[in-house]
Design a protein around this ligand. Structure first.
Ligand code: NOJ
Length: 741
């Protein structure tokens, strides 16, 4: 080990290596480490490579080929990644490897369900396994770092990026964010198939006003601490996440990318984060556009002082950092600390030891049959069965010769199955619903009728004559979701409600499958269809998973991770609302009774229609029925600072095996601040055989009872707590206990 600098010695502790390397770096090299480039900022690959050689680029984003004239490569150009890495490692002065980042959001070559759908699975173990597969596949193609999980709480599904969120609830988002982080990062980050994860967008992007992407937000400190920041804190403290991405938006006058409060007070001083923060694409520049700085140089000053280690896309840092330090506007110590964070993660990832990918060796990790089977199963597990009068699953002798018609705009749709953030899967590897049913025709013995007409009235008429039942495939194209495409009309795209109505008037039994990124309201299906299944954009195997679910090979075990509004005027609508000071009687039974047969008279419901969503958070049906009994609190009174426990017996009272999600909610009705009417504090997903019973328990400890005041100080207050256990967020909190003073 002689003659090699200490920082290259893997047996040395990471911190010693960081200090040794930092002490050898010039200012220009430090700024290089703080710079991420996609390549497009350079006119040619030669110029880009020269910048890597000069130590001016510390990270690549994308790893495809943005230069005119480069050989077109589908997806990531791994050969080129290795070549660029070789320049960084073998031709730059200090040989610091590049860290390659890319949006690996829901699977990579094997495309998994969109994150919102994954949250619907209420299955953190499966979510973790799915992220692990994505990490294995993308690391085999030179990616060391993903910009996921996104953990923006979203209570406005008009926002196109709702698909990438983990839903409306902080507890569910915490559990899912930690699971995804652990899946991506693995248990030993130095392993070549473990990558760095990135908690984004820090913070409050999901609260963009009106669900308009990139718009400003107005989040109170109370909501910030008790809702928005919770998954981030969990990802840092429990998940040990390596990196954080700032968000584009301005919250109440401070853009997140220059927020000292978020990036220093909360993240570093509060939670002890020691990895690095990357800006979002151009979000540093946007601080100037928001008008929250005097000029570009002032923006960089603010972002450095608040703690943005790396600028995504080479833009302002290279221009101003050295100048600001020379002028004494930013202490050298601050820049050094920011560089430390980046080097620390590069060392933790083992990049100095294993900078390259063995392309041939790792090719075996791409699209393994077991990975494809796993996303197919996961897609089914994420699906939410919202209505079913017993028609599903289609099984048994009745299927033989049954004439099933497929109609609707999603029947032949391929690309949308992969979802808006598919950056690694090949569309031609996805199956359409039509193809999946065709594959299944022989196996199940039904007869498929698909009228290949773009005109759905022709499809419906043909189906009406020929079919015994109709499967109506509605939904939204993936291009209507994701970054930028927010929608103002929260409903099925043009004509699809009419299509459902046309299907209804055929008088044939019908099932509606909604393949979308958002849980769109489908009132015609809720009121008239024999079944309604939300399949989401469930990844490359969505269509086959729909077939599995419809024919009972798999169960739709998902539950809505976000409230489904009945009308767009209700938005934002979420279960954990505050109880209004002026109580409005909202009687659900009466509402439902009045609604029947009065669909053309919305004024009849008066104020009810503002409050009652189409489906509540946590709702979803199984193929069997479950009952809860013996729901008991361990103690009616606990000492101050103590814990409690609630137990219940779950029984499968149907006649087939099945899966359910039991949920526990808490309320703290009298408190120094007002708190939500209920909050999810635990869930258990379990599969029981027909007739099987199982006792479950939920711990009620500080994480469930505690809250933050508006200064971010955590409290648990003595007094009454209410508890309810049920199958969705509509549950009554009918038990209570007291915590003594
Ligand atoms: C902008 C998006 O907001 C962010 O989520 C993403 O990771 C970056 N672009 C990089 O593609």
């Amino acid at each position: 080990m002689e003659n090699i600098p200490l920082y290259k010695d893997a047996s040395q502790p990471v911190e010693a290596r960081v200090e040794d390397l930092l002490s050898r770096m010039t200012m220009e090299e430090k700024i290089g480490q703080m710079t991420q480039s996609y390549g497009g900022e350079y006119a040619s690959e030669e110029e880009y490579v020269a910048a890597i050689r000069a130590g001016k680029i510390g990270s690549r984003i994308g790893c495809d080929t943005p230069w005119a004239g480069s050989a077109p490569v589908k997806g990531i150009n791994v050969v080129q990644s290795n070549a660029h890495q070789k320049v960084a490692v073998e031709e730059s002065r200090l040989g610091i490897p590049l860290i390659n980042g890319r949006d690996i959001i829901h699977g990579h070559r094997t495309v998994a369900p969109i994150p919102l759908a994954q949250a619907a699975s209420f299955d953190p173990e499966e979510v973790k396994a799915s992220a692990r597969t994505a990490a294995i596949e993308c690391s085999a193609q030179s990616i060391h770092w993903t910009f996921a999980p996104m953990m923006d709480i979203c209570r406005n599904p008009r926002w196109g990026r709702v698909i990438e969120t983990l839903g409306e609830d902080p507890y569910l988002a915490e559990e899912m964010a930690v699971a995804m982080t652990q899946g991506f990062q693995g248990d030993d980050q130095t392993k070549e198939d473990c990558i760095a994860a990135c908690a984004k967008h820090f913070a409050g992007y999901g609260y963009c006003e009106g669900g308009r992407d990139y718009d400003a937000s107005e989040i109170s400190r109370g909501t910030l601490h008790n809702v928005v920041l919770r998954p981030f804190k969990a990802a840092v403290t429990r998940g040990k996440i390596s990196t954080i991405m700032t968000s584009f938006q301005d919250n109440g006058g401070t853009p997140s990318s220059s927020s000292n409060f978020l990036l220093r007070e909360m993240l570093r001083e509060g939670w002890g984060f020691d990895g690095f923060v990357v800006s979002d694409w151009g979000s540093i520049q946007q601080v100037e556009l928001w008008g929250a700085a005097q000029d570009k140089k002032d923006v960089v000053r603010k972002c450095l002082l608040s703690g943005v280690n790396m600028e995504m896309i080479n833009n302002l840092y290279p221009k101003y950092v050295a100048e600001l330090v020379a002028e004494g506007e930013v202490p050298q110590q601050i820049v050094d600390d920011l560089v430390r964070g980046i080097l620390r993660i590069k060392f933790r990832l083992g990049l100095f030891e294993k900078p390259y990918v063995d392309i041939e060796e790792r090719a075996k990790d791409i699209r393994k049959p077991e990975a494809i089977a796993a996303v197919r199963k996961q897609a089914a597990n994420c699906m939410v069965l919202a209505e079913n009068n017993g028609i599903l699953p289609l099984e048994g002798d009745a299927l033989k010769g049954l004439r099933i018609a497929l109609v609707g705009p999603m029947v032949n749709e391929r690309r949308s199955m992969g979802g808006a953030w598919n950056t690694g899967g090949f569309t031609e590897e996805f199956t359409t619903i039509h193809e999946a049913f065709k594959e299944a025709e022989k196996k199940y013995g039904f007869k498929l009728i698909v009228h290949d007409s773009e005109l759905w009235d022709a499809q419906v008429r043909t189906a009406a004559f020929l079919a015994d039942m109709i499967i109506c495939c509605v939904g939204e194209h993936c291009d209507m979701t994701g970054e930028m495409p927010s929608i103002s009309k929260y409903r099925l795209p043009l004509g699809q409600d009419d299509l459902i109505e046309a299907v209804r008037t055929t008088g044939k039994p019908f099932v509606v499958v909604c393949t979308s990124g958002r849980p769109l309201p489908v009132p015609g299906a809720r009121d008239f269809a024999d079944a309604l299944l939300y399949s989401w954009h469930g990844g490359g195997e969505t269509a086959r998973a729909i077939v599995d679910v419809i024919f009972g090979e798999a169960e739709p075990t998902g539950r809505f991770p976000i409230t489904v509004p009945e009308h767009e005027g209700q938005i934002p609508i979420y279960y954990g609302r505050k109880i209004p000071g002026k109580v409005v009687e909202c009687n659900k039974d009466r509402f439902n009774k009045e609604r029947k047969g009065q669909l053309d008279k919305p004024w009849i419901y008066g104020s009810y229609e503002y409050f009652l969503p189409m489906y509540p958070f946590g709702y979803g049906l199984s193929y069997t029925e479950f009952a809860l009994s013996d729901i008991k609190l361990a103690s009616a009174e606990i000492p101050y600072g103590g814990t409690n426990k609630v137990t219940a017996v779950v029984e499968n009272i149907g006649n087939r095996a099945g899966t359910t999600v039991v949920q526990c909610y808490l309320a703290d009705p009298r408190c120094m601040i007002s708190r939500p009417c209920k909050e999810l504090i635990g869930f258990k997903k379990l599969r029981l055989e027909a007739g099987e019973k199982r006792e479950i328990e939920f711990e009620i400890g500080e994480p469930a009872m505690g809250f933050y005041d508006e200064n971010g100080v955590r409290h648990v207050e003595a007094g009454e707590f209410k508890i309810g256990v049920g199958f969705d967020s509509d549950v009554e909190l009918d038990m209570s206990f007291t915590m003594a003073k």
